[in-house]
Design a binder for this molecule. Sequence first.
Ligand code: ZN
Ligand code: ZN
Ligand code: ZN
Length: 238
Amino acid sequence: MPHHESEKENLKRLLLHYEPNIYEDILKVFEVFQSIDDHVTIEELKSKLKDKGIELDNETLKEYMAKIIALGFATKKDFQDQPTKYEHRHIGFHHDHLICVRCGKIVEFEDQELENLQQAIAKKYGFNIIRHRMEMYGLCNNCKSKMERTMPLPLAKPGERYVIKDIMGGRMARLRLFSMGLRPGDEVEVISDSFGDGLIVARGETRIAVGKGIANKILVTLKSDGDSILSSTDKGQS
Ligand SMILES: [Zn+2]
Ligand SMILES: [Zn+2]
Ligand SMILES: [Zn+2]
């Protein structure tokens, strides 16, 4: 990218002036950082550097990134419930973020109408915007459909929490499951699916053995821990 090339030259000039002893090391870090078109954590950056044969400890890497930020070539973002992420800083370019609270996916967008609206709102309330951050937290479509999908219990992934939505197969099946302690609305987790031809399911602190046949009559959806994160976010902002 020609643009990236000129930024690198720009940084090199500043580093030669401010950090003449370590400018080459910082520049190598910057080159790898530039090649990543995404928001990266220190750990992710560290492993990319390692791929290129550059091994640095977290402290040194953080120190180098702090210098790159101080010189105006990167920014640091603290999104809620996520480790600190670094991204490129291109002068004159502004963007906002959509953040998935489940998988951590970040989408960048630019919307002039939204920018204008923010200016208009500030003006209406007698404010002059110096800078702003627009971050919208939610679920990406992929996570949302994953959360809404209803499936028979044997398809549930061990280790994830599910909610029983319904029990198929009429009164007998329902009664049998009730007697085992499983009802619609219960929160369950598949502990093991390698037990004979059945499943070991946890409800509360109890482990329950469920045969595959009857397990197929239990319909579950993934429990949305996103809901609690979302509502706490809303509370935080009201
Ligand atoms: Zn904006
Ligand atoms: Zn997601
Ligand atoms: Zn960004």
